[in-house]
Design a protein around this ligand. Sequence first.
Ligand SMILES: [Zn+2]
Ligand SMILES: [Zn+2]
Length: 766
Amino acid sequence: MSPPGHSLEEDECGVAPTARRLTVSGRVQGVGFRPFVFRLAHRLGLRGSVRNESGTVAIFAQGAASALREFERALLQEAPPLAQPVVSASAAAELQPLESFAILPSSEDSPAHVHVPPDYFACDDCLRELRDPDNRRYGYPFINCTQCGPRYTLIRRLPYDRPNTTMAEFPLCPACREEYENPLDRRFHAEPVACPVCGPALHFVTPAGTDVHDSTALAQAVAALRAGRIVAVKGIGGYHLMCDARNDIAVARLRARKPRPHKPLAVMFPAHGADGLDAVRAAAELTPEHERWLRDPARPIVLVDKKTHAPLSPRLAPGLKEIGAMLPYSPLHHLLLRDFDGPLVATSANVSGEPVLTDNDEVDQRLRHVAEAYLHHNRPIQRPADDPVMRVIAGHARPLRHGRGNAPLELNLPFTLAEPVLAVGAHMKNTVALAWDDRVVVSPHIGDLDAPRSLAVFEQVIADLQALYGVRARAIFCDAHPVYVSSRWARRAGLPVFTVLHHYAHAAALAGEHPDAENWLAFAWDGVGYGADGTLWGGETLLGSPGRWRRIGSLRPFYLPGGEKAGREPWRSALSICWETGIEWKQCPEDPLLVHHAWQRRLNCPQTTSAGRLFDAAAALIGLNHRSSYEGQAPMMLEAACAGHDAEAVTLPMACNREGIYETDWAPLLPFLMDEKHSIAERASGFHASLVQGLVAQANAAREEHGELTVGLTGGVFQNRVLAEQALASLRRNGFDVRFAHQIPCNDAGISYGQIIEAKIQVSGF
Ligand SMILES: [Zn+2]
Ligand SMILES: [Zn+2]
């Protein structure tokens, strides 16, 4: 404690000091905000203190009034790039006898206020040092600071201190320790701080026996990529499989070996030009929204329209117009792309549908048949995080997948829960969500829950989220599908279980993002999900609000011969809708006899109203795709086939069925889709226009019956840009208020969040 008397009198300029107490909320923890406040106070000659307090930052500052005014201005305007500070309170305070400005220890955070930071991209300051031959971290692939570097993927437990991260096994060298402990240094308490002396290192190996470290490892990896090899590269949230994106033979080999015949492969472009986007621009058409998101701190994969003569292998996304582009985000990626100086395929190193692989030995074992070389490093990855994916739809980037850079996704709920709850999502593209009080945290993409590794990661993420946030769920929400792995897991967990219909969860996910809307008409269109009547829903029109949905419309039902198989074999759905309407499909590429037998007897032929399967059928009838090697392939190809065409809609009749549900009949589309007098583009775009017209007809009928409604478009089918944009435009022309997903994927990755939103009603009273 400083002797009283000194600082209360006058500051150095002879001006009477004043004091203020400030509370700063927003994103201010785990982003270097306190050291920033410290340095700012130091610069302005202020005395006082800063501390983390219940999710906010509390500041006491005293000094010249002009300095205090400058302090309040700079707090917002000069804040570190990752911080999003809001001054939520500022009041005059009594002067205190202080000698200096101090960072005080955090008060122990209650679960209500814990924040787990995501993994950050390499900041400009670190990149400058990375390129500076005189810097001691010149060319060091694990450079980071309080403003950048991994977080979520290396935190073992909270509080977020180095011994609680995977960096615990790297004791700081004296030079790093000095930076770490100096409040004026930009690496003050940068928990993953490292340098070539004390930090992680690269290791390059090939099956032929190459085994080198550090800069030689990097150089050899680049040489292997130049030679057309497939290299497994360890990054932040897992490994990528990389190869030269311009080298058609290399890409073909990667596809054959993985095997991944058609699914799009993401491309990492070198950061060229003033904004880093010149290399992407050479290959793709970018709008300002694309540019903004490519440069976003989460550094997501952004789907962009490929230029016709882009210098890229045509095999990156066969049958599609878009490619997934991203910029380098970790320092290792920056070095790799700079030295390689060209676009690299950067696809998650995983076994199909599973989460990305993170462990060096496991990669050696499980990707032996794919990778031809390995660029490892020895910083352990605590939990996987795939790259996030965004698509610009109707002028705004929408998330298709959350992962490294934006996970865990922390949001506020539009209500307060009495007890913490866990939502375990659906089955494909699974995520889980944990909610308590008025908070919800959505996990990164886990994957399809078929594989043992997916289930292991699913369980790890559930345990992790509860441990990190210090919250134990008291009830579980799962999909109503009785045999989903996630539903079975929920029933074994020993807690009260609540089931939510798949499409109710889709609708609720959208409603949760738009709490201002009350009377919803939600079109929940996707592949298939378990419906209230035991059939497979997927083209549903839901009226109401979270916890109070009523199905009032759907597409005309049909049967799915082969059940799940139909999802991978669009020709089955095509045959089925033909049989349903007594139309012959002469061009059917498969022998329909056995299938017809089963269809007639309804053997393994679940009934469905799926919009996704209808897209499958249309793609097959047009001749675009009969068998899919990845989920959504046929609809994606059908969308791409529209190629900007603006065909007339075929009018689809709508009638009320026996249960009083509007049914839109797709039957008039069949002769149109098979009519080769129309081009493929005409038929593909005519199909989209017809469904949009059918959707709008249902919306108009619902409005007539139920009054003003907010229309929501949700479910994986609305990842289709042509469909979503046309529906949005047409509904708006008809005077509807239309809502779409902003932060939560509209596909099954949003189901866990939707289940939480449904919890508002379902658990009241448990
Ligand atoms: Zn940095
Ligand atoms: Zn060091």
